[in-house]
Each structure stands twice: as structure tokens, then as C-alpha cells.
Design a binder for this molecule. Structure first.
Ligand code: PBG
Ligand code: ZN
Length: 324
């Protein structure tokens, strides 16, 4: 009778053995929690398509940020919903803008929590695009100046790291230069280097009130069919001084994450975006999937594909599950 020499099941038979041979581990240290800070006071409005995620005014952001820190999550990623929007996104680089006020409050009230800011124009422009409009399209080079000013004002307010998400060519270099020129050479840039034009951002646009009022983002975000181009995007940002590079969205682009892991040795982040969150939440609420199991499996997939940092709306839940 034939017996296989290799029996994979020998090391699978008990949880202790499974723990010993597990190749991928997940830790609270891997997580970043995105938050939406809205102008005003007394605001705490749940995003209808993102159960458990809120647009909230600063006092509520502070309270939740303390909870995030106390769970051991190292950082938050901040988005702002300004009082008013205009064609050039003035609030984005105003010293008294929504994000700048939020950063100052967080640095004062929640020490020990790193504050990363999303650097983009779409939350601040009345047309909802990620830059300045000229001739019906987003103009690359005139947008760079504004993005650089925005990043500088975040850092002046106390941001620990900036994360440009606009997908203009040359923005990492422009931001690096203005930060260095102003004495902030030690502030890192996490670049949304490989960001696809994705339907998975739908719920976020409700959360950040940043839906484009005409057209779409395909002239600046990447085409979902492209793989080799991701390496060129990453190379350009690394060349311009990015310290951490990001792939976004997460689950539909795990192959890209793995490509970058194989090619580069700097830290890699993945953004498990709003639509990915909504799908799991929606199915779990209907009892169609087991939320904890599916979320932890998803997080493990990101780590296995090569991510060091996972930006996720599930971060608080994951931190709680991991600490049990
Ligand atoms: C802004 C920005 C977006 C996201 C992060 N930064 C939306 C977009 O590009 O349309 C998406 C995040 C998410 O879906 O969770 N440029
Ligand atoms: Zn944008």
C-alpha cells in the first residue's frame, strides 16, 4: 500500500503547531486608522455606506483618536471636510483650515499617536477634482505648487507624516523640496504611488464629500489593467524621495503589492479602501459571512502579499480581536 512521504497534515493537526509554522503574522503595529474631520461642532454623522465610520467635528475626533491610541494603533490618517470649498481648494493650505486645526488639537490632546495627513485637493475644491482645472482637465504643474503648500501647512501644524494621494506627476519631489527648504527634512512622505482609478472609492466620496462634479479621475489615476506601469509609478516616487510607497485599493491589487515587494525594499503600505470595507460590513450585517474571520483573513492576505502597513477602517476591530 502506498503512503506519501510528505504529509502536509502532520504540522497542521494542532493549533500550537499551526502557530509555530505560520509564515505570516499580523500585529496592531501594522495598522493605520483613517478618520474624517468635519468643520463645526457637535457633529457625529455615520456614513450610510460605512457602518461604524463617522464624519465628526474635532471634539469627537479627539475622543475617538484617544480610543485608537489606547488600542495600540500607532497612527491615524486624516481627511478634512472644510466649511467651504472653492475652485482652488483654499482651505487645504489655510493655516486655519479644518485639517490644520485638527492636527493641532490631536498633537496637543492625544500625544503618542502619529498623525498622517492625506494631501489632496478633492475634499477642498468645489468641482471635486484632485487639482486645479484648466481646459476641462486637471492641470498637473500648477497643482504641484498648491499640493506643496498644503503639505507644508500640515507639517507646520504638527503632522508627523504626509501622504499625497492626488496622482499628479512630480508631486513627491515638489513636496520633498518645500519641506526641506523649510527645515522639515525629517518629516517622511508616504506616497500613494500606485493608485488606481477605482469604483471601490464610492463610499469614501460620500464620507469626504469629494465626488467629482464632472468627468472622473481616469486622466490622473491609474488604469486597472496596468501592472508594469505600477513599477514605473513606484520608481518615480522613490526617485523623488518617497519614504513609504502605497498600493490602493488593496484586495483587487494584491498582485501589484507583491510585485512592489519583490522589487523594492522600502516599507510598503496598502489601503484597504472604503468599498472593500462596505462589502464586508454589508455582507456581515446580513449574516452572509463571519466578520471577524473574513477581516482577519483579509488583513493576513495583505501581509502575505508584502504589506508592512495596512490602512484600514477595520483597524479598531482588528486591534480588539488581536488583543484577546
Ligand atoms: C483623495 C482620496 C481618495 C481616497 C483616499 N484619498 C478618493 C479618490 O481618490 O477618489 C479613497 C479612500 C477610500 O476609498 O477609502 N484623493
Ligand atoms: Zn483627491
Amino acid at each position: 500500500m502506498f503512503f506519501p512521504q510528505f504529509r502536509a497534515r502532520r504540522i497542521r493537526g494542532s493549533e500550537t503547531f499551526r502557530r509555530m509554522v505560520r509564515e505570516t503574522s499580523l500585529s496592531v503595529n501594522d495598522l493605520v486608522y483613517p478618520m474624517f474631520s468635519a468643520f463645526g461642532s457637535g457633529i457625529r454623522k455615520e456614513i450610510s455606506s460605512m457602518p461604524g465610520i463617522y464624519q465628526q467635528s474635532i471634539e469627537h475626533v479627539l475622543a475617538e483618536a484617544k480610543e485608537v491610541r489606547d488600542l495600540g494603533i500607532p497612527a491615524v490618517l486624516l481627511f478634512g471636510i472644510p466649511e467651504a470649498k472653492d475652485a482652488v481648494g483654499s482651505d487645504a493650505y489655510s493655516d486655519t483650515g479644518i485639517i490644520q486645526e485638527t492636527i493641532r488639537a490631536l498633537k496637543k490632546e492625544v500625544p503618542g499617536l502619529a498623525v498622517i495627513t492625506d494631501v489632496c485637493m478633492c475634499e477642498y475644491t468645489d468641482h471635486g477634482h484632485c487639482g486645479i482645472i484648466k481646459n476641462g482637465d486637471v492641470d498637473n504643474d500648477s497643482t504641484l505648487d498648491l499640493l506643496a503648500r498644503e503639505a507644508l501647512s500640515h507639517v507646520q501644524a504638527g503632522a508627523d507624516m504626509v501622504a499625497p494621494s492626488d496622482m499628479m506627476d512630480g508631486r513627491v519631489g515638489a513636496i520633498r523640496e518645500i519641506l526641506d527648504d523649510n527645515g522639515y527634512d525629517s518629516i517622511p512622505i508616504m506616497s500613494y504611488a500606485v493608485k488606481y482609478a477605482s469604483g471601490y472609492y464610492g463610499p469614501f466620496r460620500e464620507a469626504a464629500e469629494s465626488t467629482p462634479q464632472f468627468g472622473d479621475r481616469r486622466s490622473y489615476q491609474m488604469d486597472p489593467g496596468n501592472r508594469r506601469e505600477a513599477l514605473r509609478e513606484a520608481a518615480a516616487d522613490i526617485d523623488e524621495g518617497a519614504d513609504i510607497i502605497m498600493v490602493k485599493p488593496g484586495l483587487p491589487y494584491l498582485d501589484i503589492l507583491r510585485d512592489l515587494r519583490n522589487e523594492y525594499d522600502l516599507p510598503l503600505a496598502v489601503y484597504n479602501v472604503s468599498g472593500e470595507y462596505s462589502m464586508i460590513k454589508g455582507a456581515a450585517q446580513r449574516g452572509w459571512i463571519e466578520e471577524e474571520r473574513v477581516v482577519l483573513e483579509t488583513m493576513t492576505a495583505f501581509k502575505r502579499a508584502g504589506a508592512d502597513i495596512i490602512i484600514t477602517y477595520h483597524a479598531k476591530d482588528v486591534a480588539k480581536w488581536l488583543s484577546r
